[in-house]
Design a protein around this ligand. Structure first.
Ligand code: ADP
Length: 428
C-alpha cells in the first residue's frame, strides 16, 4: 500500500466507516471490520480480539486475507506483542519481528515465525473494548510507518461501531429476558385468572343449587307459620305469637336471601333471559316512584323525583330494571336519616343513552369499601342503627342485570354526606 493517502483510499476508508456505523449486529460487524482492515493494509492474517468483562481476551475473529477462518497453528498470535498494546493503549508496528531487539525473548515470535505486524487497541473514550492485530508471516517490511496512523484511524471508527453493537446486543438481551419474564408472568396471570373464573363459576352453580333447593322448604315453613299465626289452628297466646313473628321475620329474610342468590347465580351464568319490551320511560319511572313512596322512611327524609319531561323509550326487561332501581332506592332509604332521596333521569342524547340515578343525603360509603361494593356478600360497616342488615347481594345482582342490558352502573359518594348511584342504559 502506498505511503501517502490518496483520494481513492480515503474514500474507501470513509465508505468502510459508514458501513461499520450502520452495522448494528456484532458478529457480522467484527468480521467485516477485520476483512476490510486486511485488504486495506495487505495483511496475511487478521485477528480481532475483544476484552471480556473479567479482563480475559476473546479472539472473536481469526481470518486470512480471503476471509477464511484460521485454524492452528496460524490461529495463534504473539501475545508478547498483543498484551502490551491493550494494557498500554499504544499501537505497535513491527517491520520484522524476528529481528526486533525487544522481542528476542518472545518464544512465540520464533515459533510462529512472525515477520510484519501491526497491532492497535480499539479505544472508545476511556475504555479499550479490544484490539486489531494484522500480520504477515511471509515477508518483513510489509507495513509502512504511515500505515499505523491509518490503522489507528480505522480502529477508532471500528471501536465506536463495535461498542455500539455490544451495547445494542446487551440491550436486546435484556429486552429479551424482560419479555420472557413478562410472558411468563402473563401466562401465570392468565392461569390464575382462569382458575379463579372457574372457581367462581363452580361456587356460583353450587350456591344457585343450594338456594334453589332451600326455597321450597323455607316457603313451606313460611306458609305454615303464617297459617298458625293467623289462628287457623287455634288461638295463640302472646308469647307464642311473639316467637312465631320473630321466626317468620328470619324466615322471610332467608327466603329473600335465597331469591337473591338464585338470581345472581342465574345472572352470572348468563341464564337469566331478559324479557325485553319497549318501555315508555316516564311512566315506568313514575311507577317505580309510587312503589317506593310506600317504603318506610324517617319523617326527616323527603322523597323526590326529578326526571326529564321527554325521556326516550327503552327496550328493556322492565321487571329486572325495576328490581335494580328498587334495590338502589331501598338502599338509599336504609342509609339516609335526614335530607332528600331523589330518583332522577336524564336523556344523554350525545351518548345515545339514558341515565337513571338515585341520589341520597345519607351516611355515604367509606372510601375503603368503595371498590368492594359491587362484590357479592359485601356489606359495609356503615349501617344506621335501625337499618335492616341486607344480604350484601343487591348491588352485585344490579350490576349483572344492568350489564346484561348493555349498560353500566357506577356511583359517587362522600362519606357522612351523600351517595349517588347511576345507571346508564343504551337507547335502542
Ligand atoms: P345490602 O343488601 O346489604 O344492601 P347491597 O349490595 O345492596 O347489599 O349493598 C352493599 C353495601 O353497600 C351495603 O351493605 C352498604 O354498606 C353499602 N351501600 C349501598 N348503598 C348505599 C347507600 N345509598 N348509602 C350508603 N351505603 C350504601
Amino acid at each position: 500500500m502506498s505511503d501517502t493517502l490518496n483520494a481513492e483510499f480515503l474514500e474507501k476508508l470513509l465508505e468502510i466507516s459508514r458501513q461499520m456505523a450502520e452495522t448494528r449486529v456484532l458478529e457480522p460487524l467484527l468480521k467485516y471490520a477485520m476483512q476490510e482492515a486486511l485488504q486495506l493494509f495487505q495483511g496475511e492474517h487478521g485477528y480481532l480480539v475483544l476484552v471480556k468483562p473479567d479482563g480475559t481476551l476473546d479472539f472473536r475473529v481469526k481470518i486470512d486475507s480471503h476471509g477464511n477462518e484460521l485454524n492452528q497453528p496460524e490461529a495463534e498470535i504473539s501475545t508478547t506483542i498483543l498484551y502490551p498494546v491493550i494494557r498500554e493503549r499504544k499501537s505497535r508496528l513491527i517491520h520484522d519481528a524476528l529481528k526486533e531487539p525487544t522481542l528476542t525473548n518472545a518464544t512465540s515470535v520464533f515459533r510462529l515465525q512472525v515477520r510484519s505486524v501491526m497491532c492497535t487497541p480499539l479505544i472508545v473514550k476511556d475504555e479499550v473494548p479490544g484490539a486489531l492485530y494484522i500480520e504477515n508471516r511471509s515477508s518483513s517490511h510489509i507495513f509502512l510507518d504511515n500505515n499505523l496512523k491509518t490503522l489507528e484511524y480505522f480502529a477508532s471508527q471500528a471501536a465506536v461501531a463495535i461498542q455500539n453493537a455490544i451495547l445494542n446486543e446487551e440491550l436486546e438481551a435484556r429486552v429479551a429476558a424482560r419479555t420472557a419474564e413478562l410472558e411468563l408472568a402473563l401466562h401465570q396471570l392468565e392461569q390464575s385468572w382462569m382458575e379463579a373464573v372457574e372457581g367462581n363459576r363452580v361456587r356460583t352453580i353450587l350456591l344457585g343449587n343450594v338456594a334453589h333447593d332451600m326455597r321450597a322448604p323455607i316457603s313451606m315453613s313460611i306458609s305454615a307459620l303464617t297459617a298458625i299465626n293467623d289462628g287457623m289452628y287455634g288461638e295463640l297466646n302472646d308469647a307464642q305469637r311473639r316467637w312465631i313473628e320473630r321466626t317468620l321475620q328470619s324466615l322471610e329474610h332467608a327466603f329473600a336471601l335465597t331469591s337473591d342468590v338464585f338470581d345472581l347465580a342465574k345472572a352470572e351464568e348468563k341464564q337469566l333471559t331478559l324479557q325485553r319490551q319497549t318501555v315508555e320511560l316516564n311512566s315506568f319511572l313514575h311507577d317505580v316512584y309510587d312503589t317506593c313512596e310506600k317504603l318506610p322512611r324517617s319523617q326527616a327524609v323527603q322523597f323526590e323525583m326529578d326526571v326529564d319531561m321527554l325521556l326516550p323509550e327503552l327496550y328493556i326487561d322492565p321487571t329486572r330494571i325495576k328490581q335494580v332501581l328498587l334495590n338502589l332506592l331501598t338502599n338509599a332509604h336504609k342509609f339516609t336519616e335526614k335530607g332528600t332521596i331523589t330518583l332522577y333521569a336524564r336523556h344523554l342524547q350525545d351518548k345515545n343513552s339514558v341515565l337513571i340515578g338515585v341520589r341520597d343525603t345519607g351516611i355515604g360509603i367509606p372510601s375503603d369499601f368503595m371498590d368492594k361494593i359491587f362484590q357479592r356478600f359485601q356489606r359495609g360497616e356503615n349501617t344506621l342503627n335501625h337499618a335492616q342488615r341486607g344480604t350484601g347481594l343487591g348491588l352485585a345482582i344490579s350490576k349483572e342485570l344492568v350489564e346484561q342490558h348493555g349498560g353500566t352502573i357506577r356511583f359517587t359518594s362522600e362519606e357522612g354526606k351523600s351517595s349517588d348511584f347511576q345507571v346508564f342504559l343504551p337507547v335502542k
